[in-house]
Design a binder for this molecule. Structure first.
Ligand code: AMP
Ligand code: MG
Length: 418
């Protein structure tokens, strides 16, 4: 089965008239509103489904545990049949119950049976006493009271009932999810095909790693970074290479690409050499968003032959932050995964800062000894600060006066799926 969802609307990135600087939250709300899955559905064996996105909710075919069983090695009996005493000595029945080897007889009242972890409780057993709390000579078992009925046992379905919804549509499957699906009897999972995301670098001055760079040229830092980010986000990265500041070369490359979405870097402003925005504007489906964000603007969003194109800034620090803040949630929607606001934590700052009003700011940051420190420079050319960082401090759109010890919002890179 291979269902293809409908294409996106040509105006899906249009801004309301009169909008100039777009606050981050408004930009995110618009993406959230207008993007939907563009990937096909397929069934995959649970063994191969790690990291894939569920295309339908998963429903347990079988309860977990399927039968009442013992959580420990020990001795089982029916609590109601042994009365109340400080000490008990119960005769043992022959045989034992082990995981996968059901005991087929019934345990008579006042008797006990040897049970091993995971064994289904035999008829006549509802309570288990732990090995370490017992003495036995093979014919009888002795232990102290009081005995709590049901202790050391698991009820059938106490974890998951048959027919329960165990995971929602849009879930990006974790290793634990695969255990849950397998345990509840699911062998094939309905998932989306991976979102293929192309990465294209632009700019006459940009040279791929490994080639000779003349004075005035810079190495392509964005392409390896963005390709790897896409893989971390759970999608399929596609290297579309590099094109110079030449509109026809750019057009040809975009035309040839067999992908579901494209990230470009560079050329996203409104300058003479900004061919990404110029070309997208030509198709009539560009919005050049000037986002009230540091580091970040400009961000050009558009559709190329129905495929969403995210025109990221050329500056690697800005490209990185825009990828985390905008491209990541947008790509999740395209991939069929739900919207996801990254989890942040209020943590005392080690630093002081006076922040201007009117834009959101993200600082390269990391946690040390329960406090958050920021990179020594906010310079957006400092790629080394990205490597240094383990997360971002998010400062709200309004003005702020931060003193050491004040709580600030820290978002670890892990919250962005990295
Ligand atoms: P642009 O957005 O094209 O105006 O580029 C902004 C800055 O980012 C310029 O200094 C570019 O040289 C730089 N830049 C553009 N693309 C890359 C890239 N792939 N790797 C590193 N720096 C880049
Ligand atoms: Mg450029």
């Amino acid at each position: 089965m291979c269902l293809k969802p409908p294409p996106l609307n040509n105006d899906c990135f249009a801004l309301p008239p009169g909008v100039d600087w777009t606050p981050v939250d408004e930009a995110l709300a618009m993406l959230r509103d207008r993007l939907h899955p563009v990937v096909a559905r397929a069934d995959l064996p649970v063994m191969s489904a790690a990291g894939r996105v569920l295309a339908a909710p998963l429903v347990a075919r079988r309860a977990n545990p399927p039968l009442p069983n013992t959580a420990v090695d020990g001795y089982g009996f029916a609590a109601a049949t042994i009365g109340d005493a400080a000490e008990f000595t119960l005769p043992l029945v022959e045989g034992r119950a082990a995981a996968g080897l059901a005991y087929t007889g019934a345990v008579p009242p006042g008797h006990a049976i040897r049970v091993l972890t995971g064994a289904a409780l035999p008829e006549g057993v509802d309570t288990v006493v732990l090995d370490e709390d017992c003495a036995t000579d093979g014919a009888a078992v002795a232990f102290r009271g009081p005995v709590k009925p049901g202790s050391n046992t698991r009820r059938a379905g106490e974890d998951v009932g048959e027919g329960d919804e165990i995971l929602p549509r849009g879930r990006m499957l974790t290793p634990a999810d695969l255990a849950l699906a397998a345990a509840t009897g699911l062998a094939n999972l309905p998932v989306y095909t991976p979102l293929r995301v192309g990465v294209l670098s632009t700019g006459d001055e940009v040279v791929p790693a490994g080639q000779a760079a003349a004075a005035g040229q810079i190495y392509d830092a964005n392409r390896p970074m963005l390709l790897s980010l896409i893989a971390r986000f759970g999608h399929a990265p596609v290297d579309l290479g590099h094109v110079p500041d030449d509109r026809e070369a750019l057009r040809a490359r975009l035309d040839r690409s067999e992908v579901d979405a494209i990230l470009t870097s560079g050329g996203a402003s409104a300058g003479d050499e900004d061919h990404v925005s110029a070309l997208l504007r030509e198709t009539g489906a560009l919005t050049a968003w000037r986002i009230a964000l540091k580091p970040g603007r400009p961000l050009a969003l558009g559709l190329w032959q129905g495929k969403p194109v995210f025109g990221l800034p050329g500056n690697p620090v800005a490209a990185f932050v825009c990828s985390l803040v905008f491209a990541r949630p947008a790509l999740r929607l395209l991939a069929g995964a739900g919207w996801d606001d990254p989890a942040g934590y209020m943590v005392p700052a080690t630093f002081a800062k006076t922040k201007k009003p009117g834009r959101r700011e993200y600082l390269r940051a990391r946690l040390r000894d329960g406090r958050v420190e920021v990179f020594k420079s906010e310079g957006s050319g400092r790629i080394s600060g990205l490597s240094w960082a383990e997360g971002l401090v998010e400062l709200p759109d309004a003005a702020a006066e931060i003193a050491p010890g004040d709580p600030v919002r820290y978002i670890p890179f892990g919250s962005f799926g990295m």
